[in-house]
Design a protein around this ligand. Sequence first.
Ligand code: UDP
Length: 470
Amino acid sequence: MDSSSPKPHAILVCYPLQGHVIPTIHLAIKLARKGFTITFINTQSTHTQITRKSGDGEEDIFSSVRGQDLDIRYITVSDGLPVNFDRSLNHDQFMACLLHVFSAHVEEALLKIVQSKVDPPVSCLIADSFFVFPGKLAKKYGLRYIAFWTETALVFTLYYHLHLLKLHGHFDCIGMREDPIDYIPGVKSIKPKDLMSYVQETDTTSVCHHIIFSAFQDVRNADFILCNTVQELEPETISALQIEKPFFAIGPIFPPEFATSGVATSMCSEYECTQWLDMQQQANVLYVSFGSYAHITKNDLIEIAYGLALSKVSFVWVLRPDIVSSDDPNPLPEDFKGEISGRGLIVPWCCQKQVLTHSAIGGFLTHCGWNSVLEAIWCGVPLLCFPLLTDQFTNRKLVVDDWKIGLNLCDKNPVSKFEISEKIQHLMFGEASDGYRNEMQKAKETLANASRGEGSSDKNLDSFISSVCK
Ligand code: UDP
């Protein structure tokens, strides 16, 4: 950053879901390291979940890095619901608050900051592209709007061109077409089954649909888009998007130490897995996790449990207490623990990055959340894909069809224990296993190269910063 130009001050609004919280916190630190002043707006609920589990009564999640001369200020606002309200169990109510109520709280906070004549003055608003209000708010207060997209460029462009999907009969119409889509700029071809779940649904009146429609109207007002992807992973899609908007691929947004972040980002207590993993053979353990948000049916959960048992593979399984529903925190079959005697570790939550870096991990049965895919690539761990909702189906297409760094578990629900067992064996020890590992190694190098000084993500971040500072 040019020392003569005024220091940029960004208000950064974090989306209150775990998969967004992690990269947003690391984006804040990354930008602060590059000379930004950041005022980070967290919801009171996310703040409480992060600090409650660390138990140190920390007032501010950034206090540990502030000593490194980073100018990160921190405030919390309500998302419209009581702090301890069960957002997982009442998902639609939570989303309705983000759609209708949250912007009022953000605006109140923003106004207070702007009116208090802070130094340096606020120059931009960085907010998750899934929010429905930042473009309008930025315009009202004369700020630049920088949309932060935590998913792939492919998913961004598909949402951005929903009108084209509708026009061609692939979205929101009676008798939806089933042939591949080949008219989205920068996307050679994609099958309807690989679209995001919300785009595949026939009822488009849900609160999540409202959010998507409003958010992707609002994002058209963005001055810049920052995306947690890598240029070399999605070159055509990114080039096409750059014709529409200044679009910067700056991922993967990880802390420099990768597995130890210095700031708390986890909204649940992390259970220790290293000791158990230390006792396992190299590349012999399957890591199983479906992220922080998706639910599965009890039936699928039982099939997965018996599939793991049948496979005879050692595993670490993150079984969130709300994975089926917060109303059913104990959904495993009674005989399961006996069947896996000693070769499985089941935890409610862990430090996933630490687990993935462990040399005992040889595969990852994943829901294909984008952070999980990026983390697996960073660690060179091949994937067995079991997408459940939202962008996970589209991420599976990239992983399985385009990058060939993993295989698909199944196309049809319900999934069977025999198929699970067979695919696990195939991923970990089958003939094709080396092929996945080789491709994964190449993808790993792509990420590492993009992240190092003078790599594409590093350059893109610098070029974003010089554009903002103009
Ligand atoms: N994660 C974790 N511990 C767990 C499970 C997940 O730290 O036990 C982290 C994981 O490393 C990732 C994030 O939570 O960074 C989940 O994001 P992702 O995009 O993979 O899925 P989502 O939760 O958004 O569906």
